[in-house]
Design a protein around this ligand. Structure first.
Ligand SMILES: [Zn+2]
Length: 296
């Protein structure tokens, strides 16, 4: 439904040359962005988080999103508040694919730039109680979860796809049966860092099985007894069945098992990455939209 509204807004604003009442002036947004990829990134943010975005417009040469009285600037995919704009070189784009490699021969050198959390802060707040207000509790694969409203719709779709796959795939049935616990909203840091985990926003799930069958599941456990833990081949690492993985990835989640510092039980909601991955293959929801034709 929202896709239809979006397409309507796009064509109406193009037709009217951007009427004042429209939340997005796509004409001027398109004009200022350097390439179709940037336009795709901007439209993906709008499509993914549009419920929280009141306006999209060009401000001081940047595309900016108005989120609850705070302007968040696109700035090459970094999504920064006005306060952080002058520090933009200290941040990486939200869209940069990282650690999507599986086993590597050597660990990459150097520190990775952080991704700004300004968009999340503007949408959800900074404190645990503010974030909690955006969370909803429901049953997912027979387990109680507490997740952010932003991701709840996607999770219900994922569950439908997993149950559909279970009909013909015994591996999926066994996976559901052998789930021991699912961790969701939980205030904690990323292991070994002071950055809040996506669990702290209700935007991540850990699907913990009753047994890992002696396979590797998390780099922090494996490194205690395996010096070259990052070389462990995929077949020696635990992973959910392919159909489960695909259901998550199709619906805006990325998988922690793809990271060099692998966390195979972990899925987190990053539609901006999941939906812009591989610019040659735009996501289904974009079919018929202006950016789809640009990318094709
Ligand atoms: Zn996790």
């Amino acid at each position: 439904m929202k896709k239809l509204v979006w397409i309507l807004v796009l064509f109406l604003s193009a037709l009217l040359g951007g009427a004042d009442s429209a939340p997005v002036d796509w004409g001027s947004v398109f004009d200022i962005l350097p390439n179709p990829r940037a336009f795709q990134e901007v439209t993906t943010i709008w499509e993914s988080y549009g419920d929280y975005i009141q306006r999209v417009e060009v401000r001081d040469g940047d595309v900016a999103f108005l989120v609850d009285k705070t302007w968040i600037y696109y700035r090459d995919g970094r999504l920064l508040s006005e306060r952080n704009l002058h520090n933009s070189h200290r941040y990486d784009s939200l869209f940069t694919e990282y650690d999507r490699t599986g086993p590597v021969e050597k660990l990459p050198r150097g520190r990775r730039l952080p991704r700004s959390r300004d968009l999340l802060y503007a949408m959800l707040g900074r404190t645990e109680s503010q974030v909690r207000e955006h969370c909803v509790a429901f049953t997912f694969l027979n387990h109680e979860v507490n997740v952010n409203r932003i991701a709840a719709h996607a999770l219900r779709q994922i569950e439908r796809e997993i149950y559909a796959a279970a009909g013909s795939d015994p591996e999926v049935r066994a996976f559901i049966r052998d789930l021991s616990v699912i961790y969701s909203f939980h205030r904690k840091n990323v292991k070994g860092s002071r950055t809040l985990s996506f669990h702290a926003y209700g935007l991540a799930l850990d699907l913990i099985p009753k047994s890992y069958n002696n396979l590797h599941a998390n780099w922090t456990w494996s490194r205690t007894y395996k010096r070259y833990w990052y070389r462990i081949p995929m077949e020696d690492r635990w992973s959910p069945p392919a159909a489960v993985m695909n259901a998550f990835k199709r619906n805006g989640f990325i998988w922690g098992g793809d990271w060099i510092r692998f966390d195979c039980v972990h899925f987190e909601y990053r539609p901006e990455i999941a939906f812009t991955r591989g610019s040659s293959d735009p996501p289904d929801w974009m079919a018929g939209t202006a950016s789809y034709f640009l990318i094709k």
